[in-house]
Design a protein around this ligand. Structure first.
Ligand code: F3S
Length: 82
């Protein structure tokens, strides 16, 4: 009731997925990102973090991505505009 035809299928800017990146120059290996969200980050043997895949964040993990961004002491994680 009240649902228009096609509702939910039209392009909605809110549907654009978040994408994140780790700045290798800033990362100092604190690994908080990985501890908080291993789904989104990997840490190598030297403690250097990198995003999994191309950094695209599934909608259900956006909260974790924001948590990781907020908890990196080096401000090494950023959201990129793709
Ligand atoms: Fe590096 Fe920050 Fe993660 S310093 S390992 S991106 S918490």
């Amino acid at each position: 009731m009240g649902r228009r035809a096609g509702q939910g299928t039209a392009f909605d800017p809110g549907d654009v997925l978040m994408k994140i990146v780790v700045d290798a120059e800033k990362c100092q290996g604190h690994a908080r990102c990985y501890a908080l969200s291993p789904e989104l980050f990997s840490v190598d043997d030297y403690g250097q973090s990198s995003v999994n895949g191309d950094g695209t964040v599934p909608t259900e993990l956006e909260g974790k991505a924001e948590l990781a961004i907020a908890n990196c002491p080096e401000f090494a994680i950023a959201i990129v505009d793709d």
